[in-house]
Ligand binder design. Sequence first.
Ligand code: MTE
Ligand code: HPA
Ligand code: MOS
Length: 765
Amino acid sequence: MKKSMKNIDSYTHVRGESVYLDDIPMLRGSLFAAVFDSPVAHGKIKRLELQEAAAAKGVVKIFTAADIPGDNQIGGIIPDEELLAHTEVHFCGMPVALVIADSEENAKAAVKKIILEVDPLPIITDPVEAAQKNELIHPPRTFQLGDIANAWQNCAYIFEGSTETNGQEHLYIETQGAYAIPKEHGAIRIYSSTQGPTAVQRATANVLNLPMNKVEVDTTRLGGGFGGKEDQATAWAVLCALAAHHLQKPVKYAMHRMEDMRMTGKRHPYSSRYKIGLSKDYKIIAYEASFYQNAGATADLSPAVLERTLFHCTNSYFIPHVKATAYCCRTNLPPNTAFRGFGGPQGMFVIEAAIVKAAEALHISPSVIQQKNLLQTGDEFPYGQKAESEALACWQKADELFQIEKIQNNIQEFNKKNNLVKKGMAVMPICFGISFTKTLMNQARALVHVYTDGSIGVSTGAIEMGQGVNTKMLQVAAAIFSVDPSLVKINSTNTYRIANTSPTAASAAADLNGKATELACLAILERLKNVAADIFQTKPEAVTLNENWVYVDDKKTDWNWNKLVLETYNRRINLSEHAHYTPSGIHFDTTKEKGHPFTYHVYGTAVISATIDCLRGRYEIDDVKVVHDFGKSMNSIIDRGQCEGGIVQGIGWMTMEELLYDKDGKLRSNALSTYKVPDIYSVPKEIIIEPLATQKENLAIFSSKAVGEPPLMYGIGAYFALHNAIKSFNPNANLPFDAPMTPEKVLMALYSKIPEPKESLVKAL
Ligand code: MTE
Ligand code: HPA
Ligand code: MOS
């Protein structure tokens, strides 16, 4: 296997030939949809006036909740989400009516003529307020380890405080959208920009009152998903299907960027509280945290995201006494959803903040506490799983390569010499569990055909969304058959070919679908070897396939791949295989909140430096130096790309992307002019990624480790590097842990003062 094969999409990407939803040729007579969404965040619907809109130019029909033949319900985990508002609206942006017209312009123009009158109900936007009013989507959950009640008395130092992390707009380049086409016998085909084709299929079947076998969902690739299309691609696809099914005409809906920003949910903002206790030699003895998750108006994936916050609340540290409680708080915002890291980053920010708080009070570097408490193999996580830890190995290699103390000293020197420019740094270790936390979702299937000309077709449940999963699937097939990669084609993801898929999420798509592909290829390979053994009058074990040729007892024969394939067909032997894969050994008991939910963990250590301009509050991220645990990387070009992208996205979340909903639940940062995402000028000036080359058995596909989400969490270090720089300018700065650290916040903090009294130090012996 070529280790660093180029992403197979790179050629068509740069030529503009890659197919996204908008590149699918449309059938004649296709109609266009536009959604009328609620302009108010909460209230009872008094009047929905459609007459003028219905009479507008080009309008074919306007659909409301009353037109739904099946269930008006698309909730993925909890059935609490209407497709179209029926009697109440719960957030600004909630779909109320669907206009179908002969053009996009006409549909959008008609939407403006719809009138909605609402009797207002109280609006909650703050998760803590929601919790106080008992507006919880489900009862709180608590993870516990050791004996927290008695642990505090053994602590030499105890600190407590609170943190805020804001949400994050996914900003996939391709906005949400779908194109639905009616088919014979009442069936329907939906092209959907979704991470979860089966979620779209299931919801469509439910809303249209159809069996699932009549709903075909087909996806070639996404222009990015980042979690935002795991659950939230569904509504738009089902709306198109609803209209297409009723009108028996193809219907397309592709969102305008501002519609997408307004109507779809984002990363969950969290308000959190922590209490941390340390021994005299800086071992963390006890940690207590409460997490208030801003779920938005309906459950969506929030309960699962909340769970991952608890799983990752101690990051890569071993803490013997832990109690963490999380609240899934219902507010009148668009339902928040999956976003790279899936609640993990929000949990990890809090423990990092707690460590920084303790370190500053104790006048030591946070890295002293971090290093002393890194997980070791055999240590128990608060949820019962024992670590197979690379935390120390990553830290040590990072220290060797980058010399953490030297960086710290250089920064100190720099800061001594410069009054108006200050540098800061932070070390950010990560630990991220790989597997869907809902055990049953860890399953995948692949369908492999070898054609009589020797070419190979592969279908899996994985969705290509820029992360390179198709390239990895291709590598698997080419490696197992030992043929040239040009013989392999990866097909679109289609629910008629691969059924009951889990979404492409949890960083597990390459693992799960790769293993299924491997199994399917191995089954076909065995049949090919049997045929060769018969031809050469030997045992199948003596046959190998190597770079398109058949070998017997390691000697090259005059049979090549194509000849063997054709002979196998001529003997009427099956050249296709559909394989199923599920990892073994994972389980979780939610009644005890204990188990072994993850196949393995991914570790890493980043060292991040930043420079701030203390007159203006502007800053730059100087460098991010990482040792990352790739296992045995399947494709180092793709995996490096995943690290770089994740790091920049994480830094964006932590430093500049500032979502703003007003008290009425209206999104104020509703366009790219008011919501700042990282650009070429704000990315770190240098990113170094060094692999921690581990090669352990029983990991994922070809002993690689999943890479999609974990690197995002290195970005958390950027927040603390800036924090560190501000403190060196103004040691008394009032610096609440409130992400993102925008230039405005930096400027205010530089010239602020901690309010008296200092209540932070609860106890110091
Ligand atoms: N990379 C790109 N380019 N685009 C994406 O949308 N999504 C991320 C990550 N990397 C994403 C990405 C998220 S949220 C996940 S869960 C993983 O990719 C999913 O793909 P994988 O399981 O194949 O790693
Ligand atoms: N990660 C990402 N997506 C998910 C998960 C998870 O653990 N569970 C359900 N969807
Ligand atoms: Mo990723 S948030 O699991 O789609």
